[in-house]
Design a protein around this ligand. Structure first.
Ligand SMILES: Nc1ncnc2c1ncn2[C@@H]1O[C@H](COP(=O)(O)OP(=O)(O)OP(=O)(O)O)[C@@H](O)[C@H]1O
Ligand SMILES: [Mg+2]
Length: 374
């Protein structure tokens, strides 16, 4: 199997994606740390990192919207980290594209804009892709590792760069952007369903603000469109690698396999599907052995022991179920699959990040450490 480590080592961008809570942020941090230790200058962009992760990285004041050097020993490499501040990023993007301060001000103070910058679904993904673009162009860094927001559907991240231009392409917004004194009434039949939809998101009282927003936007579409194209191109570049993280549950695995396949179909490079938090197999016996022992203990009225055997039986069942699900994925996935066990504790210190990295990059693990019996 071509090692994920080599692939990541050659990449300029790594995108960690997957559904909520599967270990994207932790995986991004572990991966970044490892690559930095191999001598590269790495920046990890995280989304809502757990407090304890920032602590683990020696950043007790937390991560900020600007890249900070992480004070860990990385030899010739460097590890940097930042947290995505979506509203601040959005404002920077608007100011970057605006023709003058007055236009920027009109937009960033607009209520529709403010709602969109903080609440619209897809905005976080959009801003993560903007951050990626910005950091990729920053010559302080060799590799940008992007952790993605907990999307319902990981495809959202791919569509994020065009979230705004898709809005702009809508004929209703084209009409809205035309200067008009007659107001909305003349469009009402055509626009009503869409306005209702916006109204549900931002509140119908701010529809006037929406119109003002799109009018203020005039002249900036071209810049946004070009940027969306650049980000899309970057995501598809040869040296961009997607890492799809998943839990070992059936539905999650099916979705991850589908997503990995979808990425490949759409021309993105997938380095691996990482199945995280696999339950270990406890001892040599089968689930049935444990349940038999539980029954024997119950017959002897040793209820505590029976409960322990039952528990063990259930854990073995869980591990066996996960094993068979992952085997199925291994047999069908068109990308390498990397297995990471459930570690004894949450990953909240450097030691456990290293531990995780050894599973992410098993080739290096074999080089550096004899196999433990975890
Ligand atoms: N292999 C593992 N063993 C034990 N704990 C783990 C493992 N991987 C991740 N965790 C823990 O699981 C929790 C969730 O991980 P993480 O925050 O990385 O998920 P996420 O995918 O980024 O979540 P979200 O979608 O909410 O952003 C964290 O507390 C982390 O320490
Ligand atoms: Mg996360």
């Amino acid at each position: 199997m071509s090692g994920l480590h080599d692939l990541v080592g050659r990449s300029n961008v790594v995108v960690c994606c997957g559904s909520g809570g599967v270990g994207k942020t932790t995986g991004a941090a572990a991966l970044g740390l490892d690559v930095a230790r191999c001598g590269r200058r790495v920046v990890v962009v995280t989304i809502d990192p757990a407090r304890r992760l920032a602590d683990a990285l020696g950043l007790p004041d937390g991560l900020t919207g600007e890249p900070q050097r992480v004070p860990v020993e990385t030899g010739d490499g460097e590890l940097w980290a930042m947290m995505l501040d979506a509203p601040a990023m959005f404002e920077r993007v608007v100011r970057g594209h605006a023709t003058d301060d007055e236009q920027a001000e009109r937009i960033v103070t607009n209520r529709f804009y403010r709602n969109m910058a903080t609440a619209l679904s897809g905005t976080q993904e959009y801003m993560a892709s903007e951050a990626l673009h910005e950091l990729h162009a920053d010559d302080r860094f060799d590799l940008v590792v992007v952790d993605t927001p907990p999307s319902r559907n990981a495809i959202e991240f791919l569509e994020a760069p065009s979230v705004l231009t898709r809005f702009l392409d809508h004929k209703v917004f084209k009409l809205m952007m035309m200067p008009t004194r007659t107001g909305l009434k003349i469009f009402s039949a055509a626009t009503q369903p869409l306005l209702n939809a916006i109204g549900r998101v931002v509140g119908s009282d701010v529809l006037g603000d929406a119109v003002a927003f799109f009018q203020a936007f005039a002249g900036m579409e071209a810049g946004f469109r070009q940027r969306a194209d650049e980000v899309a191109e970057l995501l598809r570049a040869d040296d961009t690698t997607f890492v799809v993280v998943t839990s070992p549950r059936h539905d999650a695995l099916v979705e991850a396999a589908w997503f990995g396949h979808e990425l490949v179909e759409r021309g993105f490079g997938v380095g691996a599907i990482v199945v995280n938090r696999l339950h270990p197999t406890f001892g040599d016996g089968t689930p049935a052995d444990a349940h038999d022992k539980a029954a024997t203990a119950r017959d002897r009225d040793d209820l505590d022991l029976a409960a322990m055997w039952t528990n063990l039986g259930e854990l073995r069942e869980l591990a066996a179920r996960e094993r068979s699900e992952v085997d199925q994925l291994l047999a069908t996935a068109d990308t390498p699959v990397v297995e990471v066990p459930l570690l004894p504790d949450d990953v909240h210190d450097l030691e456990s990040l290293d531990h995780l990295a050894q599973y992410l990059f098993p080739a290096r693990r074999n080089e550096s450490e004899p196999e433990g019996n975890g």
